[in-house]
Design a protein around this ligand. Sequence first.
Ligand code: NCD
Length: 321
Amino acid sequence: MRHVIESQQYDVAALEKLFNNTDRILEIFQAGGNRQTFCSSCVGKHMILLFYEPSTRTRVSFQMAAHHLGMTTASTENAGEFSSAVKGETLSDTMHVICSYHPDVVVLRDKKDGSAHKAAEIADKYGVSIINAGDGKGQHPTQALLDVYTIRRELGKIEGKTVLMGGDLANGRTVRSLSYLLSKYPRMQLVFFSPPELQMGEDILEHLREHRVPFLVETRSSVLPALLSQSDVVYWTRFQKERHTTAETADKLAATFAENYSIGPAEMKFMRKLSILMHPLPRVKEISLEVDNDLRAAYFRQAQYGLYVRMAILQDMFGKK
Ligand code: NCD
């Protein structure tokens, strides 16, 4: 795979291969393996991280994944504020220049939907790979890969599961990429729970209809207990404050959201014993801290799996087959 732009690129066979390699990497770490164990597979490859939006996990886990594999990295610190974009440079000019420095891969996060695709068109001219680390309200494919891996790792399999996604589904990109990936597996049931103003995009619902994936859209907070009790995976997301243009609507929505669409100990009581609670993080207030010690709270394990999945993605791109 030259680029990773959208989650639909992966079919189930490619996912299985990636996840089996992720299992292998995780087990080497668990057995006390260190950087030496992985060295050689991607040695001599160079990664540039270009982030025009804030990031902690995605950026650091990609950087660490590269280092564990013996790659080198160069990173712009908060390109949105400190790069030449502030002076008015376009993404395509930046891409031309960055690709001319002979990296092997550019990991890009940008504010605009579709920018990873645009960047890939330029990168192709230089033989450079692009990994989309989040493009506006578009997609975040590597997050979805680690999300699906988490379900597989924690629950044993993906097919046949009921996945409840809650939160700001209109503006979050992780739930979009995740829906595309889950639609590849048989007998899935997806449930989208959000305030009416923040419902999942019609394009995703249309995709699910086309692929005959049963789904439910629910906006009434009163039915949350019932939804929780019927789900294997509860995938919660934060209110995407930065994607709302007027502060006034944002504040109003944020308040309703915090009041009616949050998970705390009371909500956990409705969840199945063998279910998991996931979140791409950062969490703001939509999952209370009291929930962290519940074994079903999988979000920190999920973030850790992100390192292993990203190592597997890089090995798939560059490593020995
Ligand atoms: C997510 C993102 O950037 O879309 N964060 C992440 O990469 N784990 C989720 C979010 O910001 O809400």
